[in-house]
Every structure is written in structure tokens, then in C-alpha cells.
Design a protein around this ligand. Structure first.
Ligand code: ZN
Length: 517
């Protein structure tokens, strides 16, 4: 770490202060354009009538274009250049030094991508998403095929702006998981797969757990009321957020004090709304925890998809599906649904929410098989991008891979290659690896938190989450995007990203549930 090398003259400092003020003003405008586009996206996914889609696509494209113009303004580049010497004299961990470093990297990245491409991609994304909301329920892959072909072309075109790169997907992966590449993700997934497949097979070969207690019916109102109770308890601040319904749950941010989540409710599955709320609340807690001084700059949000997903998956699974969490919360859930749950023991409920089985839908998959769904999508999108798999052959390739990896195949595309929104909302590539990186990292962070505060598991059993969330806020949330993901992980846990804590977590929890040797 560099220390102060020189003492700048007073006039240089005040000049640098003026430049920093100008920089923050410009970055806030770019950030606000992004937040405005997020409001339009949130509205489209919640309340907008379907007929509004064409105009919405145009409006989002316009905002993307304006943000891109500002993000690539040569004056911004000159401003950043002018600040180099100033920040070299500062501590590398200071907000200012991190801000200039990250803003310069984003400027260099943005200037490689033509404005026309940015608006074409945004407009394609909006049209494709709109078509997907109808095509998926109708099991209509034929309609989505040209959108997906276009999305593949757009992804290749984007990669071309960063040529030469070792693999086409590298710039797409780097955008969401800074520092990772096709090769490093492959290596991580191969290692995990070797440990995971034997555990998954040993469990899936047994008789499945009885989860009939989750089948209801459960009225929507009480489901949402209980989910709200749970997410507020773990730390989601609803005074700075809200929850609405959508097709495919997500979290979105309009400012440091307006971080929203969405969910969907199934009357015949108690776990769907509850755990999707805890998942999205995990993302929201991270965003609400970013230091307010960083918001409105490129540092003012979670640092990567993988680190983000570590928080959603930790709160959803490591906390939300733990025995301790339900020792505290189950009586309240029984009071909410007495007719359905009063006679169901805690142990039966705990086994039901941790049922492991071969299944078709990623978002419904249990903790053990979930990563197999992710790895499959990662491999298929790389094959499409690199030209080994034609889009028209995707449905068949999907079924073959499901059969090979999970031992079952979907009867239709609705529950096959049409199930996830990701490939149908812009382009393909870079969107799935973060889920598994997040699972791996969640266990590593949780272990580090418990090593620092051994009382955490007991506290979870008492409905107290402040020690865990306080540690996470201190080590992860408040830093926003100041440090690169690999640096943040090392600082927080004392070690680079590693699969061992996650494999040990799965072996411990599911070994006990399923009597594995
Ligand atoms: Zn997530």
C-alpha cells in the first residue's frame, strides 16, 4: 500500500478539490440516469400494462444513450486524467483514490462501446423481455428464437469491442464478476462439480423428503405479511424500500434510500414467496448497507454479481433455511397458518424446506442440486457464443444436458430453456456464473463471521441477526465497489475465494439430514 509521498502545495490541493467536486457532480448525473432507467424497468416488471412495452423500450434506450454520452464525455476523461497525480499522493484505500481508479476504469470500458450499440441493446432487451413474458407461458420457443439469435449476436459484437480477449465471454463475465474469466470460472466449477455430484447422487437416490406441509393452499395476504416480518427481522429497512409482485423476482435500487424488492406468490407452495423474499432482501440489505458517501458514484453499489449473490444466498439459505432460524420463527408461522401447520412438527417443516430432489426449475432447486443448473447454463451459453451450439438446437441440447446432469428432462420448453429471464432480456453470457460464485462465497463469509463471533449461530436461534449483519456491513457492505471482488474477499475472510467452506457446509447440513457417511 502506498503512503503519502509528497505534500502538495495548497493551490494544487484546492484545484484538486474543485476537480473532485466537478467529478462527483458528473458521476451523480450518470448515476441518476441509471436510477431513472431502473424506475422504468421496475414499473415495466410490476404495474405497466403490456401495451406500454414499445414506448417503454424507446424510453429506456433513450436514457441508456444519455447515460452513455455522459459516461464517455471526453471532458470526463480529461477530468480523471487531471486527478491522477492528486490521488497518487493519497492512501490507496481512501474514498477519493478508489473513486478515481474505478471511475477511470469505467470510463475506459465505456469509451470502447459505441453509443449506437448501447441503445440498440437496450431496445432489444425491452422488446425481448416483453415477448418472453407471453412466450414462456405459451411454451413458444419459436417466437423467442430470433430474439435469442439477436442476443447472441449482440453479445459477440460487445466482446469485439474488447478484442483481443482469450474467450468471447470474458468481457461479459468481467462486467458482472470483475476479475473472473471463462477459464477461471470453468476451473472453479470443475472443482466444485467433483465434490458436488457424489453428494447430490447419494441424496437423490434416497426416497425424497415429505414436503406436503408446504402445499397449502396458503392465502396470499398472510404469506406476504409473514415474509415481510421475516425480511424486516433480518435487516431489510422497509422505510427505505418496498415490495411488489412480478413474474421473476428481483431487487432494484433508485437511490441509497430507495432499494426495492419484488416477489411472486404461489398459493400451493409456501416456500416460493417466503424464500424469494429472503433472497431479494439479502440483495437489498447489501445495497442499503453501502456507505452513503459512496452512493451516486461508481462505488455506490455492490461490487459484483458473485458477491451480491453471496448475500442473497446467505440470508435465504444459510440463515433462512437453518434449523436455528425456524426454532425462532416457526411458532409465528404456525400462528399465521394454524389450519395447515399446527399439527406439523418443526422437524417435518425443516426437512420439507430442505428437500433435495432432481428438479426442472433452477429457481425452485434445492441448495445441493442448484449449482448443477447453473453450470449447465454457463456451459450452454459459452457453446452458443463460441458457435458450437446453434440457437435453434438449444431446446434439444437443454434436454440432453438436463438428462445427463440431473437425471430428468423437461417435457416442454416452458420448463426448459425458456424458464429464465436472463437470456431474453438483452444478450447472453456473464449472467449465470455469479449464482454459484455467490453460493461458494456465502459459506466462506459466514465461516469468517462465525470465527470472529462464535455466538452467531446461537443468536440466529434467538431471532437476533445484528452480530452477523454488523460483521457483513463492516467487512463487505459499506465498502460498495471500492475494492475489487478478489481483494474484498481476501480482506473480509483472510483468504482467496475457495470451495472448501461451501463443500463442508453442504456435507455438514445435508449429511445430517440424509444420513450420508
Ligand atoms: Zn439473486
Amino acid at each position: 500500500m502506498s503512503q503519502s509521498r509528497t505534500i502538495p502545495a495548497a493551490s494544487t490541493v484546492s484545484c484538486a478539490e474543485t476537480r473532485l467536486t466537478e467529478l462527483r457532480k458528473r458521476l451523480l448525473e450518470i448515476s441518476d440516469l441509471g436510477y431513472a432507467a431502473a424506475v422504468l424497468g421496475w414499473d415495466q416488471a410490476t404495474y405497466m400494462p403490456a401495451a406500454g412495452a414499445p414506448a417503454r423500450g424507446r424510453q429506456k434506450a433513450m436514457l441508456s444513450r444519455l447515460a452513455h454520452e455522459r459516461a464517455t464525455d471526453p471532458d470526463l476523461g480529461r477530468l480523471l486524467d487531471g486527478l491522477q497525480t492528486h490521488v497518487e499522493a493519497l492512501h490507496t484505500d481512501s474514498d477519493e483514490a478508489c473513486l478515481v481508479r474505478v471511475a477511470l476504469r469505467e470510463f475506459e470500458r465505456a469509451t470502447r462501446v459505441p453509443a449506437d450499440f448501447v441503445s440498440r441493446r437496450a431496445e432489444h432487451g425491452a422488446r425481448s423481455y416483453d415477448a418472453w413474458t407471453r412466450a414462456r407461458p405459451a411454451d413458444d420457443f419459436a417466437t423467442m428464437r430470433p430474439y435469442l439469435e439477436k442476443g447472441t449476436e449482440l453479445a459477440r459484437e460487445y466482446a469485439g469491442f474488447f478484442a483481443p480477449c482469450a474467450a468471447i465471454a470474458d468481457p461479459l463475465i468481467d462486467r458482472s464478476d470483475d476479475g473472473m474469466t471463462t477459464a477461471s470460472v470453468r476451473a472453479l466449477f470443475d472443482a466444485l462439480r467433483a465434490d458436488l455430484v457424489p453428494i447430490a447422487n447419494a441424496i437423490c437416490d434416497q426416497a425424497p423428503a415429505d414436503d406436503s406441509c408446504l402445499r397449502g393452499p396458503f392465502d396470499e395476504g398472510p404469506q406476504l405479511a409473514f415474509a415481510t416480518l421475516a425480511i424486516e427481522a433480518i435487516g431489510y429497512d422497509m422505510r427505505r424500500g418496498r415490495m411488489d409482485k412480478t413474474h421473476h423476482p428481483f431487487c432494484t435500487k433508485f437511490s441509497g434510500d430507495d432499494v426495492r424488492i419484488t416477489t411472486r406468490v404461489r398459493l400451493d407452495d409456501l416456500s416460493d414467496a417466503l424464500f424469494s423474499c429472503m433472497h431479494e432482501a439479502g440483495h437489498a440489505i447489501y445495497e442499503q448497507g453501502v456507505a452513503s458517501a459512496l452512493v451516486g458514484t461508481p462505488l455506490g453499489h455492490g461490487v459484483s454479481a458473485g458477491v451480491h449473490e453471496s448475500q442473497s444466498r446467505m440470508w435465504e439459505n444459510m440463515v433462512g433455511r437453518s434449523r436455528g432460524f425456524w426454532e425462532h420463527f416457526y411458532p409465528a408461522l404456525q400462528r399465521t397458518f394454524p389450519a395447515q401447520l399446527q399439527a406439523v412438527p418443526l422437524e417435518t417443516f425443516y426437512r420439507a424446506i430442505n428437500k433435495v430432489q432432481r428438479s426442472l426449475i433452477r429457481t425452485d432447486a434445492d441448495e445441493v442440486t442448484y449449482n448443477l443448473h447453473v453450470m449447465m447454463r454457463f456451459d450452454l451459453e459459452i457453446d452458443m457464443l463460441e458457435g458450437r451450439l446453434a440457437v435453434k438446437d438449444l431446446p434439444e441440447a437443454w434436454r440432453a444436458r438436463m438428462q445427463a446432469d440431473l437425471g430428468l428432462a423437461p417435457a416442454d420448453d416452458r420448463d426448459g430453456c425458456l424458464q429464465d429471464v436472463h437470456w431474453y432480456s438483452g444478450w447472453i453470457g456473464g449472467a449465470f456464473q455469479g449464482y454459484t460464485i455467490g453460493n461458494i462465497l456465502a459459506a466462506q463469509l459466514y465461516d469468517a463471521a462465525v470465527a470472529a463471533h462464535p455466538s452467531i449461530p446461537t443468536e440466529i436461534g434467538e431471532g437476533a441477526y445484528d452480530t452477523l449483519s454488523g460483521w457483513l456491513c463492516d467487512r463487505v457492505y459499506r465498502h460498495g465497489a471500492k475494492f475489487r471482488p478478489d481483494e474484498l474477499i481476501e480482506r473480509a475472510t483472510g483468504a482467496p475465494l475457495a470451495i472448501a467452506p461451501y463443500v463442508a457446509y453442504l456435507r455438514g447440513k445435508y449429511g445430517a439430514l440424509y444420513q450420508l457417511s
